[in-house]
Every structure is written in C-alpha cells, then in structure tokens.
Write a protein that binds this ligand. Structure first.
Ligand SMILES: Nc1ncnc2c1ncn2[C@@H]1O[C@H](COP(=O)(O)OP(=O)(O)OP(=O)(O)O)[C@@H](O)[C@H]1O
Ligand SMILES: NC(=O)c1ccc[n+]([C@@H]2O[C@H](COP(=O)(O)O)[C@@H](O)[C@H]2O)c1
Length: 302
C-alpha cells in the first residue's frame, strides 16, 4: 500500500519522519503518501477529477511555491472540482546533488506549508467551494523525471476517478512547474538512449503542464519566454524539439511582476544563513519561517 499516513503531530517530529524516510528508501516503493489533509477524507479521496502536482526539492517551500499552488487551485478553469494537490518531494533530483536541509525537515516544512495553504485557499475562496472539494497530499518519490512520476501516479488507486459505476477512470495530472523546469522537461539530454522527445508523447497526450513565468537573469524576460511557447505552437521546433500539439497542453502564466522581489529556495537559504529574519519572512510563509528559525536550518554553507 503506497500510503503510510501520518498525523499532524507525526509530521512535526523529525525522528518519526526519519524512520518513515528510511523505511521508504529501503522499500521497493517508488511513491508513497505520508500525509493527507483533511486527514483522511473518505468520500472525496476516491473521486478526484484533477490531480495537481508540485514536484520540488522543498528546500524550503517558498512563497513562490505558494502562489503557484493557490493560482492553480483557485483560478485554473481547465479542470473541474474536486481537485487534489500533491506536494511531491523528489528524493533524487535530475540535476542537483543533495544539500541541507535533511529530508525529514523538508517533509516537516511541506506539512506546515500544506496546512497554511489549505487555510489560505479557504479564506480566498468566498464560497468555500474549492476548500470543501480540496485534498492536499504530502508524498515522496524516488523518480526524478516527470515522465516516470506521471506513470507511477497514474497507477495509484488514490488518484483514479472511481465515479459512480466504480470503473476507474484516468485522472488528468496538471504538473505545476516554473519556466526553467519547462526548458528542462523538453531537453533531450534527459531521455537516453535515443535522446529524442518521443518519451514525452504519452504525458502530453493525457496530461497538462501549468508553467509559471520565471523572469530573472537566468531564464530571460517575459517576451523571450512567451516566444518560446509560441514557437512550439507554430511547430517551429519540430522535428527534433517539442511537437506543436503539445502547446495546447502548456499553460503559461504570470509569475513575478515587474519590480517584485525574486523568490527562490536559494534566496531563502541565503537569508537564513545571514540571519536576515525580515527577508526570510518575505520569502516564506509564517509557519515555514518559524520552522527554519526554531530548527536553526541553513546556518551552514550550501
Ligand atoms: N519564483 C518562481 N517562479 C516560477 N516558478 C518557480 C519559482 N520558484 C520555484 N518555481 C518552480 O517550482 C518548481 C520547484 O522549484 P524548486 O524546488 O526547484 O525551487 P527553486 O527555488 O528553483 O530551488 P533552488 O533555489 O534550490 O534551486 C520548479 O518547477 C520551479 O521552476
Ligand atoms: N526532464 C525531466 O523530467 C526533468 C528535468 C529536470 C528536473 N526535473 C525534476 O524537476 C523537479 C524540480 O527540479 P529542480 O529542484 O532542479 O528545480 C525535480 O524533481 C527534478 O528531478 C525533471
């Protein structure tokens, strides 16, 4: 069974989380849900119509991640309720070597973040409809690439729509990513041995990606990012690049506004290391800031 459900208290105990992590690591499992909010929800959990996935190192979760999630839950009109959101910690990253903080602290922060997120969605949604129809999971995976995550999530009973006649239907996945990750999703270097984008065909046939623009020095400005997706839509990147039909499955959204502070996990780690509490509180939610300060995270070099 790929669930090992923890209470809110368990998720605040690094020793318990450490034990769950090592049990997961030494198991054959490639995916496991550790926490479901509300805990557990018998009627809705079998009927999700849309599964949003924020796959991240959560090192730590930031206000940018929060905006990506609330935007999807409150404003995405491509799906119907009930929605389910999975905060997915990838224990193996396609590019990055492991860095502090330890995974048990990341899981604890994901749980704090998830609880804050659920409350925020309730406040923002006047009719409380999204909140009533929302489940948030905190999960673990050993898979690094989106194609592998999509495949294992499709196979989970929790993420099938059993409808009224109990025949399980595929639930559409909406992968929540930033523009930098779209570029990496569509980079042939991740798809050996042929190094073509053919393995992505199935993901774009069934699922969607909701991409938040990430305008800073590293990834170009708004116009460049829009241009990239327009080129896909016109088929200008075929035959070796993304197929033009895939553009219909890529939603490009507003990220940071002109003049707004750049938010990243790196910036949070730098602020924590410098003891800059003001910056920390601008970059992460209150509960996550408290966890970082109480647990004295990120005081060592990266
Ligand atoms: N400020 C942001 N704007 C748009 N997308 C973002 C932003 N921050 C994170 N994301 C997206 O969220 C996903 C997970 O982010 P990730 O954990 O890599 O955060 P990060 O801030 O880039 O981390 P780090 O600074 O440690 O490299 C990625 O798809 C990333 O593109
Ligand atoms: N082609 C791919 O599927 C691909 C490429 C790069 C990163 N990723 C994943 O995206 C997630 C976010 O990555 P970063 O933390 O490096 O931004 C991680 O789970 C990482 O493994 C997937």
């Amino acid at each position: 069974m790929p669930t090992n459900l923890h209470s809110s208290d368990d998720m605040r105990d690094p020793k318990t989380l450490q034990r769950s992590l090592s049990a997961f690591t030494s198991s054959q499992l490639t995916f496991q849900i550790l926490r479901t909010i509300p805990h557990p929800h018998p009627s809705l959990s079998r009927q999700p119509k849309a599964l949003y996935i924020l796959d991240s190192s959560f090192n730590p979760p930031t206000r940018a991640h929060l905006r990506i999630c609330t935007s999807a839950l409150l404003h995405d009109r491509t799906t119907t309720l009930p929605k389910r959101l999975l905060l997915l910690l990838a224990t193996q990253n396609a590019d990055k070597a492991p860095k502090p903080a330890a995974f048990e602290h990341r899981l604890a922060m994901m749980n704090v973040f998830a609880e804050e997120l659920v409350k925020m969605v309730a406040i923002s949604d006047e009719k409380e409809r999204a909140q009533r129809d929302l489940i948030v999971d905190v999960g673990l995976t050993k898979e690094a690439r989106f194609i592998d995550k999509a495949r294992i999530l499709e196979a989970q009973e929790e993420y099938k729509d059993h409808g009224n006649d109990d025949t399980a239907k595929l639930v559409q996945q909406i992968h929540l990513i930033g523009f930098d990750t779209l570029i990496r999703l569509l980079d042939t270097k991740y798809y050996p041995p042929k190094h073509t984008l053919e393995p992505l065909e199935d993901l774009f046939k069934k699922h969607r990606v909701r991409v938040t623009r990430r305008t800073d020095d590293a990834w170009g400005g708004r116009e460049e990012q829009d241009q990239y997706v327009r080129k896909i839509a016109k088929g200008e990147m075929e035959p070796d690049g993304p197929r033009k039909e895939w553009a219909q499955r890529i939603d490009l959204l507003e990220g940071r506004k002109e003049g707004e502070e750049i938010v990243s996990s790196t910036k949070v780690r730098e602020a924590a290391k410098a003891g800059d509490e003001e910056a920390l509180k601008r970059l992460v939610t209150d509960g996550v800031a408290r966890w970082i300060l109480d647990e004295k995270l990120y005081l060592e070099a990266d």
